[in-house]
Design a protein. Sequence first.
Length: 149
Amino acid sequence: MEVAIFRHGHSLSVSESGAAVDFDRILSERGMDEVKKSAINLKNEEFLPKIIFSSPIKRAVETAKIIGDILDIKDVVITDVLKPSNDINKIIDLIKSEDHNTVVVSHIPFVDDLLYGLSGTRFSFTTGSYVRVSINGEKDVKIVSKYTP
């Protein structure tokens, strides 16, 4: 089983987006372009996920929808488990309970902590970037690919 861990695309500031709070910030044009490039790259790698788990924060949900459109994934699950302040062990347990490839969309520092929790390695996630990880049991976790748009 594999998981692609995505950081959401670049977003507008609270004042630029007209959002009342950080939770409601939306992707910028640049952010949408970053996510499209990353999702196309992931598709070109022939990665075939069945489900996307996304943080409920608006920019992550928008990122998940773009990925879903490009990879033809209808099953997008919005979960509070992926909020940046949550315990990564909850999402690790969720990922490991799946028997098929998945995509996870969240935020810094959560995505880096998740990658470290799974593989023991770190990555400088920029907006729209991802790391693809292969999980074959507790001790057999490998980085398959990394992409920064």
